[in-house]
Write a protein that binds this ligand. Structure first.
Ligand SMILES: C[S@@+](CC[C@H](N)C(=O)[O-])C[C@H]1O[C@@H](n2cnc3c(N)ncnc32)[C@H](O)[C@@H]1O
Length: 371
């Protein structure tokens, strides 16, 4: 792995690299449409004014770092507008971006993102199972952070989302947008002098695992403009993705470098995406008829938004009003869009339950491959 002081980027980008510098300046050097996935954990702008003590008079280890200090909200907003604009420019049309924040900054950032044209796909709540108590007893214990997951814009629909993989990861249940994960503690937490935390805001690997596993493919480039201890890089490596980190503090870069160097084994999920997706993509709708998971004459229907129904024909096409076509073509006609992923558009009733036909494809796929 290389750590370079400053990077001039061409189309042949250096990957598995940590760049030391200010992220706004460094991001400007990246080509347009070059990054598959961005994860950003920017300064929170906590505005901490007083030192906080526990009831036993020990000092609370809060986020009072220099990198978190801005003179005003408008300075913070300008900073975020600058790095987010660059992130959007360098994101591939098929890419997506995740930003994590607390109530101190996430609403300002969400507003800026929307104004830049980014399109929110989910707001994921990270529910901390072991939050720091509210020592003063003046508010509820703050036990959440929010992740905004966005595509490049409303019209960019081909972003990666590994729905099946996440369902499999979640014990065969559709994953929700509430993630219960503990704060980064124990052996995972990098320690510095006297066993103190080496970085005040190191994120848990489980959080990054979900982000990277769900929204990138093996070999993709994952960029983190606020690299800190390199959680994004370590997890990217464990999932067989490539990473680029930007960080301005050399002490954190050293920590991150050493951390990533010691990664020698992959997560078992590293190979899931491509194998499963590729095979799934090769399942034609007609096969479900052959397997009697769906039968000719069955009624398929859409979500209430479209309120449409169609009949399955013996050749695997659908009959919708006076039109005949594939699940995808009829879906596109109904949505009045150029294309449609019919697998995620049509439902069927099975055992009195409404089932997405993609789930039937999954059932077939699992049986066939003994998963
Ligand atoms: C919230 S922390 C990220 C922690 C990281 N996610 C981890 O798990 O270790 C933000 C990091 O951004 C860095 N930083 C702040 N402003 C920066 C800037 N303008 N350019 C590059 N890095 C910056 C800080 O030094 C800090 O390490």
């Amino acid at each position: 792995m290389d750590m370079i002081k400053s990077a001039q980027y061409t189309q042949n980008m250096k990957v598995n690299t940590i760049i030391q510098g200010d992220c706004i300046e460094e991001l400007k050097k990246f080509p347009n449409n070059s990054i598959d996935l961005i994860f950003a954990d920017p300064p929170y702008n906590m505005q901490l004014k007083n030192v906080l003590y526990r009831p036993n008079s020990t000092k609370v280890d809060g986020v009072d770092d220099e990198w978190d200090k801005f003179s005003s909200f408008s300075e913070y907003d300008e900073f975020c507008t600058a790095w987010l604009s660059e992130c959007r420019r360098i994101l591939k049309d098929t890419g997506s971006i995740w930003i994590i924040g607390t109530y101190h900054n996430i609403f300002r950032i969400g507003n800026i993102m929307l104004n830049l044209g980014l399109w929110i796909l989910n707001d994921v709540t990270w529910h901390k199972t072991n939050p720091m108590p509210n020592f003063l007893g003046t508010r509820f214990t703050n036990a959440t952070e929010t992740l905004l997951w966005c595509s490049k814009g409303e019209q960019y629909k081909k972003y990666t989302f590994n729905y099946k993989i996440m369902k499999k990861y979640n014990c065969d249940k559709q994953m929700t947008s509430v993630w219960q994960i503990a704060l980064c503690t124990g052996d995972e937490r990098l320690k510095g002098y006297g066993g103190k935390k080496a970085h005040s805001t190191q994120k848990p690997e489980e959080l990054l695992k979900r982000v990277i596993l769900s929204t990138s493919k093996q070999g993709d480039i994952v960029l983190d403009p606020f690299f800190g201890t390199g959680t994004t890089g370590a997890v990217a490596k464990k999932l067989k993705r490539q990473f680029i980190g930007i960080e301005k503090e050399s002490e954190y870069i050293l920590l991150a470098e050493n951390r990533i160097k010691t990664v020698k084994t992959f997560f078992p999920e590293a190979g899931w995406i491509e194998e499963e997706k590729e095979k799934q993509n090769r399942v034609p709708f007609k096969v479900l008829l052959k397997e009697h998971l769906i039968n000719a004459g069955d009624l398929l229907y859409t979500r209430k938004t479209y309120g449409a129904t169609a009949f399955v024909l013996p050749d695997g096409k659908l009959k919708y009003k006076d039109q005949t076509g594939s699940i995808h073509r009829i879906g596109a006609i109904i949505q009045q869009t150029p294309s449609c992923n019919g697998w995620k558009f049509w439902y069927i009733t099975k055992d009195d339950r409404s089932v997405l036909i993609d789930d039937l494809r999954d059932e077939y796929f699992r049986k066939k491959h003994g998963i």
